[in-house]
Design a protein around this ligand. Sequence first.
Ligand code: IYR
Length: 225
Amino acid sequence: MVVSMRDRFVPLTFKEKPLSQMKADSLAYYELMSRRRTVRDFSDRPVDRMVIENAIRTAGSAPSGANMQPWHFVAISDSKLKSDIRKAAEIEERAFYERRASDEWLEALAPLGTDSEKPFLEIAPWLIVIFLQKFSQGKDDTRLKNYYTSESVGIATGFLISALHNAGLVTLTHTPSPMKFLSELCGRPSIERPYLLLVTGYPADEVTVPAIEKLPLDVISTFVE
Ligand code: IYR
């Protein structure tokens, strides 16, 4: 029988806010996050490693199934590895744009102006590759199953994107498909799979972004009161 360990609980650090403060803070956070835009043209300006470390710490604070924390973040500023990643990604992307993608998919992508050229993989100062661990290493070489891994890593990735935005950087969520080459290039074990590549840095000068809009509250939500 497995016994619950409620005796190992500690007090929650929680400071209640007055309602007026909650309203102001929730609006300010919305305004901050709604200014986030996915950017595809990066400057080569370097970004201090500590900013990336703090953002990854934030991602690592995300909730996860049974607190298994089924993630690993590989932060790359090394030019040779970035250039190897670009070469491998462009091979997959050319196959995608020339053969694999359906016309319907290409039509959906048209407003974003994407193509198989991925210069940002070399230009941006940091590539953060997020890996998802289906298993974690138990004692004596045993494997422990992780739970709700895609939900957990998705949440952690959301934390990471918001932390980098809050720090004053821009990101691009890039998913070359298939991404297996990232496991080999990053030297990660087979119990992990690449989940997403987050291109991170400063925007290029005079950068433009697609004129797209987010759906309004009454479309994306239903309140039952
Ligand atoms: N991986 C490709 C295609 C692509 C797919 C989706 I869905 C996007 O929102 C954007 C791009 C690429 O990176 O170009």
